[in-house]
Write a protein that binds this ligand. Sequence first.
Ligand code: ADP
Length: 479
Amino acid sequence: MQGASESADSWLLTLQHSPIGMAMVGLDGRLLMVNHAMSEMLGYDVEQLTQRGFQELTHPDDLDADLALFEQALAGELDSYRLRKRYLHAAGHVVWGDLSVALVRGHDGAPLHFISQILDVTAVERERQSLEAVFETVGVGLLLIGRDGRYERMNRRHQETMHLPFPDGHEGTAGQLGHVYHPDGHTLMAREEMPSYRATQGEEFDDYTYWVGDDPLTRRAFSTSARQVRGPSGERLGAALAYQEITELMRAMKVKDEFVSSVSHELRTPLTSVLGYLELLRDNAGLADDVRAQVQVVQRNALRLQALVSDLLQVGQVSEGSLRLQHADADLAALVHDAAAAARAGAGTRGVTIAVEAPDRLVAQVDEQRVRQVLDNLLSNAVKYTGGDGAVSVVLREEADAVLVEVSDTGIGIPPDEVDQVFGRFFRGAGALDRHIPGTGLGLDIVSSIVAAHGGEVSLESELGRGSTFRVVLPRSPG
Ligand code: ADP
């Protein structure tokens, strides 16, 4: 018996020193016994607390929920219950508690009292509320999808835009088809392309762009990112998606493309006429030498202008999706030699050499004129961004079902933070701007769109101050 009473004592001691608030609660709700943690949590002495009922310590807004469960337990419908609720501290502020209640019954089964345990979760709750406020107020739509693809939570911003792609409502499962279009604005997205579906398949992505809405006039554009949500052992719990509206940006880009395209169309006709007359003028035998030299300067600059206009026109074609290729058998070895020979004129005056390493013949089915444009752009950049005594080399090689062209230089190189940007339209690197090297930032954009239209890939390796290597891989035949 001694042992039993000792263990009862040590049990009581444990209760008294437990960091969790504990109370024995009478059937009328009055606190019969409380521990230190409980009195500290609510700011009352133990004696003060044992004169009160939980009803007066509970925040009025949470009282009904607690009372309902309390009554159910008394009625024998529950043995225990759990509730997150607010208490009123003696100083007047609110304390959040995670309450667990168990009903203790006598031998005859009649209820004796309740044992309540309360964990102070005020800090956790405050953190949750701050996150909740951020979740609801950010200007980005947020969606949380469960492992099975069911929508678990979305913020108000996301809710507000759901009617556009899904005017008849959404079933709350990833991959539901709706009015969701590719960036071209008219190709509908297939289920496997829907961002929510891709995220449910475990994919992570950034800046996935598309339009939503049936009516082209009110359609809106979004850029979406997805990340997987994982548990402590790395198991997949679901996915989180963030949707940013970019309608204004997309419309501005469209206007810019249309502007560039219409200006370049307008420039082309008068420029052709200027060049034609300059040719006639230059051939005029009666021209004094100094005037002829001036005409040549005008002609050179007009030709530069023509090259720029044709670059702009081509960029416009890519934006409109009207870049068409004319595939035919072409000897890339000859093409590379021709391009290198043409680039040597300009390279020579800068003291840059151009070496070619290519097989005698390498035939691929490509659009010869476009591939020549790729080579011309890469070579003219290599020469342009390489100072005196530099070297440029072109390597052409056969690789499985593809051909590889590498254009390397010993030039100024490209800093790591620009490597991903140089293929962007109108992008000009700091090295080019600082050295006042002329350019438009269109060359590599054209290169990448021609290579992509061939189903190929272009990549870049560069070291600042040491040089760059552009690597183009083209399939030997289309499709
Ligand atoms: P542009 O040469 O007219 O500026 P591009 O699209 O051809 O436009 O190139 C974009 C940018 O990439 C350039 O402004 C330059 O900073 C960088 N770049 C391109 N090729 C090279 C190269 N071979 N070496 C160093 N920098 C380069």
